[in-house]
Design a protein around this ligand. Structure first.
Ligand SMILES: Cc1ncc(COP(=O)(O)O)c(C=O)c1O
Length: 417
């Protein structure tokens, strides 16, 4: 006798994750992946803001190289750091941004916490503001800005408001609109400020303009959060690049938040080495703030990564290594400046239609070309030159071997070739 077995098919339940939306890949990381997959011999990556040397290779800074040797010779272990991070690193990082004299004046009013690079510093700043301020302050963010700013703060539940600071017509700072925005912000709003090397425009306020901005913020009772991802990398001089932070704290005696990254200025991109600190006007408020940071850090990552902080702390505490680092900063910023000029001259030399003066007025890692999305796409598809959709280029991706090709290609594209 034969028996037949019947299989009951249990209808599968909808996935636990069926309501997850699809989020398109981050544009700049996706562009890097496209570049990597491109096999063309003349391809050029001007997308991601990472330093490259004159042969187009990543560069381990001389000071970092030496610092690694020092750490190895000392015997490197892999123990946990404290929750707030490496004490010498937190101290030296905040001292670097504030300068020794202001640091001494405010050190008992400082709350500091090591972070996962600059992004983690901004995120911790957001978490702290969310824990300490009710109702939630609005966050004012200059437009255009770094592509991640809105996401960092809106994912924490903040209302983010873009305000224009850059005139696309004059390709320079629009101070009038900037000040009108500040004067119209509700009291206690948070304003994100690029301490230097404004991403993506490379357009920073002058010292006099910073003073005016700071005074307006003080009058309006606004809270500045400096995003300082390029200290020293911008001009080659940390003191110059930290002018706004030091003026706001040292002269205007404002309470501020500062988010530091050592990705660009020490080349510690993958080590996720950063620090967030707050200067408050009362020692007890600083102690409490730091205790909140400690709790937030514990619940997020328990304790931060050690290696990059040890490298940076060694550089910052050893006078010889620090001097070497200052030279490295000059090397990087000097090479970028030279490539900025070479591109400017190349564009003019190849008769690229338009005026390119803004390129040499800008500073920092980026050049904001002002090309249409169609030209940007054509540069990628025909010439294998990759840049952000808004035509921001990482000048560090240029070198003597490719700058003429880039200038010639842009000129050709603009002429419709
Ligand atoms: C303005 C700005 N802020 C913050 C960051 C954060 O960088 P990281 O998290 O790698 O330190 C960047 C990186 O490009 C940036 O341009």
């Amino acid at each position: 006798m034969t028996t037949t077995t019947t299989t009951t098919i249990i209808p599968s339940n909808p996935s636990f994750f069926s309501s997850a939306p699809f989020i398109p890949a981050d544009a700049i990381f996706a562009l890097t992946a496209e570049y990597t997959a491109d096999k063309h011999p003349q391809k050029v990556n001007l997308g991601q803001g990472t330093y490259r040397d004159s042969t187009g290779q990543p560069w381990v800074l001389a000071a970092v190289q030496k610092s690694r040797e020092v750490l190895l010779n000392q015997g490197l272990n892999h123990e946990y750091l404290p929750i707030l991070g490496l004490q010498t690193f937190r101290q030296e990082a905040s001292k670097l941004a504030l300068g020794g004299e202001i640091y001494d004046r405010v050190q008992d009013r400082l709350a500091t916490c090591q972070s996962l690079s600059g992004t983690g510093a901004l995120h911790l700043a957001g978490l702290l503001l969310r824990s300490c301020r009710a109702p939630l302050p609005k966050i004012y963010i200059p437009a255009p800005t770094w592509s991640n700013h809105h996401q960092v703060f809106s994912s924490l539940g903040f209302e983010c408001i873009s305000f224009p600071y850059y005139s696309a017509t004059s390709k320079s700072l629009d101070m009038e609109t900037y000040l009108a925005t500040l004067n119209g912000c509700p009291e206690n709003s948070v304003v994100i400020l690029h301490a230097c090397a404004h991403n993506p425009t490379g357009c920073d306020p002058s010292r006099e303009e910073w003073k005016t901005i700071g005074k307006a913020m003080k009058e309006r009772k606004l809270f500045p959060v400096f995003d300082a991802a390029y200290l020293g990398f911008n001009s080659g001089n940390v003191d110059d690049d930290a002018f706004a932070i030091r003026y706001f704290v040292g002269e205007l005696e404002l309470e501020v938040g500062v988010c530091l990254s050592f990705a660009k200025n020490m080349g510690l991109y993958g080590e996720r080495t950063g620090c967030v600190f707050f200067v408050s006007n009362a020692a007890q408020a600083a102690t409490n703030t730091q205790s909140v940071l400690e709790m937030l850090q514990r619940s997020e990552v328990s304790n931060p990564p050690a290696y990059g902080a040890k490298i940076a702390a060694t550089v910052l505490t050893d006078p010889e290594l620090k001097a070497l680092w200052y030279k490295d900063l000059e090397t990087m910023s000097g090479r970028i400046r030279a490539m900025r000029v070479a591109l400017f001259e190349g564009l003019n030399g190849h008769g690229a239609p338009g005026n390119w003066d803004h390129l040499v007025r800008q500073s920092g890692m980026f050049g904001f070309l002002g090309l249409s999305p169609e030209v940007v796409l054509r540069l990628k598809e025909k010439y294998h030159i990759y840049m952000a959709d808004n035509s921001r280029i990482s000048i560090a991706g240029l070198n003597p071997g490719n700058v003429d090709y880039v200038a010639r290609s842009i000129a050709g594209c603009l002429r419709g070739e």
